[in-house]
Write a protein that binds this ligand. Sequence first.
Ligand SMILES: Nc1ncnc2c1ncn2[C@@H]1O[C@H](COP(=O)(O)OP(=O)(O)OP(=O)(O)O)[C@@H](O)[C@H]1O
Ligand SMILES: [Mg+2]
Length: 419
Amino acid sequence: MRTIAIANQKGGCGKTTVSINLAACLAREGRRVLLVDMDPQGHCALGLAVPEDQIEVSIADVLAARGGCNGHAVKPNGSGNGERLDLVRSIWQITANFDLSPSTTSLARFEIDMVSKPDAEDRLAEVLSTVSEKYDFALVDCPPHIGILTLNALAAASEVIIPVDTGYFSLQGLSKQLDTIEALRARRDQPLEIRILANLYDVRTKLGREILNELKRKFGPMMCSTFINFNTKLREGASFGQPITEYDPGSMGFRDFVRLARELIATGGPDMVPTTLIRQADRLAERAEKLLATSRPLFGPDGVENREPGQIPAASHDEIEERIAAIYGVKPTAEGVLFVAHAPGARTVQLAGDFNNWMPEATVMQPNGCESSFRALLPLGPGRYRYRYVVDGRWQNDPHNSYVETNPYGELNSVVEVG
Ligand SMILES: Nc1ncnc2c1ncn2[C@@H]1O[C@H](COP(=O)(O)OP(=O)(O)OP(=O)(O)O)[C@@H](O)[C@H]1O
Ligand SMILES: [Mg+2]
């Protein structure tokens, strides 16, 4: 079971929205998911239509019952007096594969009762260890401050997602928070993987774009490739008590969260790296095989060229390739970044990448003076951008750019860096 805390000291940056919708999308991808609400505000229950007055056992009760804490109400169904309480008794099933352990306001009381208890920060880890075989993911929604509840979540987790409001969040505040998390990470035995998730992104605002670029520049490797756009359907879904998978599976919010779920599945699983490498190796082998097959007839068994009189010499083909390589590809220029694609016979060539939220329809490349060449000039600020071409609806990396990286789907993204 991978335990992921969703934390940020800032209120309203989207912790609960990310917790609920990521859980729903992981479940939709066939993963067994437990969402634990560690915020006394109880917003997970609210956002998933679990009526607070019907919650008989909350996560607060389960945590308080651990370690024989009898400081407060360990009394669901009369089973009080410090007896252990099984986490399963707090669980509500939300959809297939998606369970919630809700909180109530009594969790605030737990925080007070726990002060100066030696195991105050370890209770959630202990509780979650009892269900580690039952789930693939445990997501823990945290309150908007770093106190005993968030510390419990971080102690239980091996990963933390920090949603960042790209609308209004100050970068200075984020750095401060990362200092806190770095300090926590240094204190703990097992490593805590930090992922920063841009949320409430609005591509139309200059501020949003600038903040996203700045985040990428400062925290590049920690950033989730996916970012979550501002999408009113996410807000509406919460007010109707539904995750986006149910409320509007056609929305941009749904698409963003599916992408995030897939990214997490792809990047964090223990077997993912070998799988990616194997796929990449397979593809390379396939390419090498094809090259070999096409080059063999040019040579005799002794390696001497088999060319018929009048046939185009192989060298001229290489020269043409060289010339193509010089023309096509991606180049930062004074006016912006110039993308030139070689797509003979294509009707439409589009460009999708970090700069347009991977929406190919946003950047249609223009014919570049001949039928096989298409261009786009984008005024991009300093940063690192991944991109792919969409040629007549088919996604591909830029074959004239050797700077590539594997994306969460096991394909290659082309990369350009602007200094
Ligand atoms: N990507 C988004 N698009 C539109 N609205 C969003 C998005 N993310 C969050 N919201 C809305 O912003 C508000 C705050 O979000 P949310 O409750 O998830 O934040 P939070 O970090 O959990 O807050 P708190 O710190 O109070 O727990 C909610 O009304 C939510 O619906
Ligand atoms: Mg919240």
